[in-house]
Design a protein around this ligand. Structure first.
Ligand code: 3PY
Length: 257
């Protein structure tokens, strides 16, 4: 059985006080209402992860909610002003890190080769990468979305040996569905998830393909989560705006009850 995962990507939202309020609301609702074994991840701004980890330690949701960074540096340490390393993230309580989100690719020009280095450092410091892939609207309209996703996966992840590749989480986030209110239909999302799984089977083997969790991201909300998550190859979601509201985020997690 593949691990079900619901990960909230808070992006650049919530100061320290707001972060603590939101995580405590989520923790209470999750404790009271969630009866499934999906992993719940909160990906908060770097500045708040330590405090969230400290808060979580005394909470009933200590084991249920994991913390993630939204990025890490492609270098181990050194003169990279403004960057945060994988080792630093691990040391403040993160267990996961989102890598290659389309906003990072778009606004910070992250390339597949740079992402491959980030993946290696994350894994070296025992952070599980949530590796994002996805096509723009233009690429979909040109009919090259499968090729784009193939390159992102191959160049970012395929250097990993099989046993390590199996530990990575993949998120399919069509760029045209991020922050636009548009969502891929369950059929469109399933088609790409099945394609990703087929690529993994070709690059590694069937068993590896069957073991990797592939999340859907892009305007996922309480109204569409059930139809998306019921698709054969969709193992959960990477949730943007809806993860900023404790009720919505919990309702999405409850989809797996
Ligand atoms: C979104 O749903 O907008 C996201 O970008 C999730 O990462």
């Amino acid at each position: 059985m593949r691990q079900k995962i619901v990960a909230g990507n808070w992006k650049m939202n919530n100061d320290l006080k707001e972060s603590l309020k939101l995580i405590s609301e989520v923790a209470n609702m999750v404790t009271d209402e969630v009866s499934n074994d999906a992993v719940v991840i909160v990906s908060a701004p770097f500045t708040n992860i330590y405090a969230l980890d400290q808060w979580k330690t005394g909470s009933s949701a200590v084991d249920k909610i994991k913390l993630a960074g939204q990025n890490c540096c492609w270098e181990e340490s050194g003169a990279y002003t403004g960057e945060v390393s994988a080792k630093m993230l691990k040391s403040i309580g993160a267990d996961y890190v989102i890598l290659g989100h389309s906003e990072r690719r778009q606004y910070f020009a992250e390339s597949n080769s740079q992402l491959a280095k980030k993946v290696d450092l994350a894994l070296k410091h025992e952070l599980i990468p949530i590796f994002c892939v996805g096509e723009t609207l233009q690429e979909r309209e040109q009919g090259i979305h499968f090729d784009v996703i193939k390159s992102q996966l191959k160049e970012g992840l395929y250097h990993l040996i099989k046993s390590v590749f199996k530990t990575v989480v993949i998120a399919y986030e069509p760029v045209w569905a991020i922050g636009t209110g548009l969502t891929a239909t369950p059929e469109q999302a399933q088609e790409v998830h099945a394609y990703i799984r087929q690529l993994i089977a070709e690059g590694y083997d069937e068993e590896t393909a069957e073991s990797v969790s592939i999340l859907y991201g892009g305007s996922c909300n309480p109204s569409n989560a059930a139809s998306l998550f019921s698709q054969k190859d969709i193992d959960g979601g990477l949730i943007g705006g809806a993860s900023l509201k404790s009720r919505d985020f919990t309702d999405i997690i409850k989809t797996f009850n």
